[in-house]
Design a protein around this ligand. Structure first.
Ligand code: CA2
Length: 147
């Protein structure tokens, strides 16, 4: 059984506690449960993580790339949070790891502030999803199954 890595960046541990109009009212624990169900439905093991630290995301992307190269992982779903709009390091990590990666956003970043319109992740990602709310995580798992 291959593993789906679902990696979450800064402040996503606060999901469900503030800004429900933008991000909904479900918590990160709810999102993990949703991902468990989606992965079970598609025959994947789930490795679900969150960190507030950019370098840790770099380490995890490299780890996922090695797992994919060895045949034990299918790829990554990454919600890099605000690092999406700032991080050359994450761009380089995705390219360097050679990992199949879906960039995911809960909100439609293109309908929000201009500073959220550019993504350093998108040019290195295999696919991009935004604006489906937390249900996007389940949709992204289904998309991973087509890789
Ligand atoms: O829409 C998304 O998923 C984002 O990646 C979320 C990031 C934001 O910086 C991106 O532009 C779009 C923010 C995650 C922080 O989430 C919070 C949730 C509740 C309360 C406060 C922050």
């Amino acid at each position: 059984m291959k593993t789906a890595f679902i990696l979450n960046g800064p402040n996503l541990n606060l999901l469900g506690t503030r800004e429900p109009a933008v991000y909904g009212s479900r918590t990160l624990a709810d999102v993990r449960a949703l991902c468990e169900k989606a992965c079970a439905a598609h025959g994947f093991a789930l490795d679900f993580r969150q960190t507030n630290h950019e370098g840790i995301l770099v380490d995890w992307i490299q780890e996922a790339g090695q797992a994919q190269a060895s045949g034990s992982a299918v790829g990554v779903i990454l919600n890099a949070g605000a690092y999406t709009h700032t991080s050359v390091a994450l761009h380089d990590a995705i390219k360097g790891a050679g990992v199949s990666l879906i960039e995911l956003h809960i909100s439609n970043v293109h309908a929000r502030e201009a500073f959220r319109h550019y993504s350093y992740i998108s040019p290195a990602a295999r696919a991009v999803m935004a604006g489906f709310g937390v249900e996007g995580y389940g949709l992204a798992v289904a998309a991973l199954a087509t890789f």
